[in-house]
Write a protein that binds this ligand. Structure first.
Ligand code: F6P
Length: 367
């Protein structure tokens, strides 16, 4: 029987448990054995009972649960070759030669490095007398399949990452709640949302809540934005009779010189220039926790099923795929192509080529 391992890595995201559940159950359904690797790559390096065989009922009730029930960690050990040697040994001793990794682009890149190094890791293990050639023989190839789990929706090549819609829903609920106070007191609120270098959560929540103004990393405001923002807000309040003002700011927001635009900077402007009673609300990790929304439950399930199919259909030298969704179709995309396209956007932003960054992001929407 094939033995398929599954792990979650990087920041937790709602829907990761649904993905693990689907991988475990699809593996069993396909007459394979399923193994959960606890605490991300740390579990791979440490082995022992951090790698556990999973059965159908082990994942019962996991669909709606937030976080990741098999844990996640930032493993320093796996970044070192010595750690990866240990990880390879642990997998071979358990007969696991396929890994489904659910995480962000950093975690998936780590998985692909491991796959590419696999033959040399095995040679080193044999040379060091840790494993015999006979032990290694059946496991010459390591299959890696990626699932993108992140609230940020920052991976190119997929319309949605597992977790982003749960987080978006949570942000919208929080903004709705803040609306009540903003309306009652005729206040302004600057709400900071997560997303690292990506403005998707900020953009989508601003549209979904009818915010007055928005800051995202990919499209810094033009110079003189302070005047633009104040004049729109004044118009909304004085001419359109809005009692409350909401500004959404992505945590990675910046101006055209790459200076951070923080919620406190915006608050100061609204307070000083408009005399608006303004508060800031940093939503923080409340955006990441909690039950998965319906979309993330079915996305993680369909993608987990597809990940196991991909493992079983992979030819030895095919590049690692990442499971994506495009125009509502679950697809396989070359993992490193998606990672590279993601890096391209960040690089354009860092080089202050914002038009190019937007074109790349835009192209994804139109693809
Ligand atoms: O990638 C998910 C994310 O929540 C980002 O939006 C945020 O920048 C980061 O993780 C926070 O990481 P940590 O939980 O390590 O502070």
């Amino acid at each position: 029987k094939r033995r398929i391992g599954v792990l979650t890595s990087g920041g937790d995201a709602p829907g990761m448990n649904g993905a693990v559940r689907a991988v475990v159950r699809m593996a069993l359904h396909s007459d394979c054995e399923a193994y959960a690797i606890f605490e991300g790559y740390e579990g791979l390096v440490n082995g022992g009972n951090m790698i556990r065989q999973m059965y159908w009922e082990d994942v019962r009730g996991w669909l709606s649960r937030g976080g990741t029930l098999i844990g996640s960690a930032r493993s320093m050990a796996f970044r070192e070759r010595a750690g990866r040697l240990q990880a390879a040994k642990n997998l071979i001793l358990r007969g696991i030669d396929a890994l489904v990794v659910c995480g962000g682009d950093g975690s998936l890149t780590g998985a692909d490095v491991f796959r590419a190094e696999w033959p040399s890791l095995l040679s080193d293990l044999i040379a060091a007398g840790e494993l015999t050639p006979e032990q290694v023989e059946p496991y010459k190839v390591l299959n890696i399949v990626g699932l993108v789990g992140s609230i940020d929706n920052d991976m190119s090549g997929t319309d949605a990452t597992i977790g982003c819609y749960s987080s978006l829903t949570r942000i919208c609920d929080a903004v709705d709640d803040v609306f009540d106070t903003a309306f009652s007191h005729q206040r302004g609120f600057v709400i900071e949302v997560m997303g690292r270098h990506c403005g998707w959560l900020a953009l989508m929540s601003a549209i979904s809540t009818g915010a007055d103004w928005l800051f995202i990393p990919e499209m810094p405001p033009r110079d003189g934005w302070e005047d633009d923002m104040c004049s729109i807000i004044t118009k909304n309040r004085k001419e359109r009779g809005k009692r409350r003002t909401i500004v959404i700011v992505a945590e990675g927001a910046q101006d055209r010189q790459l200076n951070k635009i923080s919620s406190s900077i915006i608050k100061d402007i609204l307070t000083k220039r408009l005399g608006l009673d303004t508060r800031t609300t940093v939503l923080g990790h409340t955006q990441r926790g909690g039950a998965a929304c319906a979309y993330d439950r079915w996305l993680s399930t369909l993608q987990g099923v597809e990940a196991v199919r991909a493992v079983l259909e992979m030819s030895p030298n095919s590049p690692s795929p990442v499971i994506t969704i495009r125009e509502n179709k679950i697809m396989r995309t070359p993992l490193m192509e998606a990672v590279q396209a993601t890096k391209d956007v960040t690089e354009k932003i860092q080089a202050k080529d914002f038009d190019a960054a937007m074109t790349l992001r835009d192209a994804e929407f139109k693809e």
